[in-house]
Design a binder for this molecule. Structure first.
Ligand code: SIN
Length: 549
């Protein structure tokens, strides 16, 4: 799958210095920060502005803002959760620039929840040793951040927004750098159909790949488009095997597919705990932080208990939080539970792990640069190295914010000259959208929470079969399915090569962590039309210099 996506010839063209692909916290922060520094910023987004994952974020945004907390302590918690696979410099950047970045979000108009004395109300989530999660509307943090960012973009006439615009492929110049983007726009009148944007830089902020799996907390737009597009353009992708499964996703029955309701870790942060079908709490003794252990530990403990008992889910007990606390602190989750016939004030909530977050993605340096000249990546589509093998809760909104600000610092001084794209003579590829459910079932069964060599090899065979189902119709479903096949294949290849258990990557045939041979990053890229793979050893994580827990 290393050709170009099949698409008609562009029927229209426009120019913009910078194209930002994606409109969540990462994309809109980059656009807002770049305005005035470059001539024109064009934001393109596959659906409407608030259809991405930011809008759905519940828990909040982590930063060392509370009394007694320090960036060093946040650094330590991030490194421990990342299970020896974080990039130390990237983590330092995240935790030291994080507090200012959150303050800037507040100055922009984001209303975080406050104590009566006006101080930020901070909560705790898995893997954190301090209360450091700022939240808004109780459990509607992402929606409030998205609202504030959209309002700021509306006040910035220098930023043009095109909704319903899928970025199909990058157009490359003779030196392999960015010269433009091919877009497909649905229903924009004069810009309907396939078009070309000539540009001098692209900031990819298009989110993750949750719909590789049958059940995910991600909205429907998360189909790995940005990662697949970057890969086809020669960008290095890394750490794709590290997909985080959120432990407490509401279980809606064996046949439920697509986006599933999240029960935020903040509910456990406020005292809820997991119980099995006999009503026994089972996280005590598994980890010193019990129900608030890092996410991979909790997801594995739930899965183990499900396998041992044959039950399809476990239970979350949050009844003792009481009606008025539920109503004020978790109004969104309360409404979502009730919509599904469960009252968490009086009943246990059925929960099981489901795909939540891609820790890997387009490899970047600490300024968001990929290896393709003029291509930057930020947010979930990127792999800056801050998450390692398991992202610390509520570090994702922060990552998008911090690294988008950094991109805006360097990009204007590095703008490429206007260059003509060279003709793309690669074979067009397109997979039939009808293959998507089979792909998701296979990835869930064999490349999900628990993996083995046999299962991963079988998944790769199935994916190869699906990739041969040529798409009869050139449409968004087929483009997305093609992108899903690309990222699923790389993910399964990487998971097969990683013969150990580390963070969110769990191999039943290699149950131990292997720091001797496997500490490092699997990287994938296309060169001269061929798939290449490399392994880059990690710098060992020495925690002695990080803050005390
Ligand atoms: C949650 O609220 O549990 C999710 C927060 C996150 O993924 O960081």
């Amino acid at each position: 799958m290393v050709g170009r996506l099949a698409a008609a010839q562009p029927g229209w063209s426009v120019r913009a210095d910078v194209v930002v692909v994606g409109s969540g916290i990462a994309g809109l922060t980059a656009a807002l920060r770049l305005r005035g520094l470059v001539d024109k910023v064009l934001v393109v987004t596959k659906d409407v502005l608030d259809a991405g994952s930011t809008q759905w974020a519940q828990g909040g945004i982590a930063a060392a803002l509370g009394p007694g907390d320090t960036p060093g302590q946040h650094e330590r918690d991030t490194l421990v959760a990342g299970a020896g696979a974080c990039d130390r410099e990237a983590v330092r950047v995240l935790v030291t620039e994080g507090p200012d970045a959150v303050r800037e979000l507040i100055a922009l108009g984001t209303s975080f929840d406050l104590h009566p004395d006006g101080e930020l109300s901070l909560t705790r989530e898995g893997g954190h040793h301090r209360d450091r999660i700022a939240h808004a509307g109780g459990d509607a943090t992402g929606a409030e951040i998205q609202r504030a960012l959209i309002a700021a973009v509306a006040r910035a006439p220098e930023i043009e927004v095109v909704e319903h615009a899928l970025a199909v492929d990058l157009q490359l110049a003779g030196d392999g750098g960015v010269a433009g983007v091919t877009l497909h726009v649905m229903g924009e009148g004069r810009r309907d159909g396939v078009g070309a944007v000539r540009c001098r830089a692209v900031v990819l902020a298009s989110g993750g790949l949750g719909h590789v799996y049958s059940q995910t907390t991600n909205p429907a737009v998360a189909t790995g488009d940005g990662m697949a597009l970057a890969y086809r353009a020669g960008a290095v992708l890394q750490d794709l095997e590290f997909v985080q499964f959120h432990p407490t996703v509401m279980w809606l029955g064996p046949h439920s597919r697509g986006q599933q309701p999240l029960i935020s870790e903040a509910v456990r942060g406020e005292g809820a705990f997991l119980v099995d079908w006999e009503g026994r709490p089972f996280m005590q003794g598994v980890h010193p932080l019990a129900d608030l252990a890092p996410r991979d530990v909790v997801a594995k403990a739930i899965t183990r208990r499900m396998m041992a008992t044959g039950h399809p889910h476990m239970w979350l007990d949050a009844r003792h939080l009481g009606r008025s606390f539920w109503t004020s602190r978790f109004p969104t989750i309360l409404a979502s539970c009730r919509q599904h016939g469960i009252d968490p004030v009086t009943e246990l909530v059925p929960v099981a792990p489901a795909c939540h977050y891609a820790s890997g993605g387009v490899a970047t340096d600490v300024w968001g640069r990929s290896n393709v000249p003029g291509l930057y990546a930020t947010g979930e589509v990127a792999c800056s190295g801050v998450h390692g093998a398991n992202r610390l809760a509520s570090n994702s909104l922060l990552e998008g914010l911090v690294f988008s600000r950094r991109i805006a610092e360097v990009l204007p001084g590095e703008l490429r000259p206007w260059t003509d794209p060279v003709a793309d003579t690669r074979e067009p590829v397109l997979v039939d959208g009808a293959g998507r459910p089979a792909l998701q079932e296979e990835m869930t069964a064999r490349a999900g929470v628990l993996r083995s060599a046999g299962g991963l090899m079988a998944a790769l065979d199935t994916l190869a079969g699906i990739s041969r189902l040529a798409g009869p119709t050139v449409d968004q479903d087929a483009w997305e399915t093609t992108n899903l096949v690309t990222v699923s294949t790389l993910l399964a290849e990487a998971a097969l090569l990683r013969e150990e258990t580390r963070g969110s990557h769990w191999r039943e045939d290699f149950p131990e962590r292997d720091d001797l041979d496997q500490s490092g990053h699997h990287e994938w890229w296309v060169e001269n039309g061929e798939l290449r793979h490399g392994f880059r050893p990690a710098v060992p994580t020495d925690l002695s210099a990080a803050g005390r827990p």
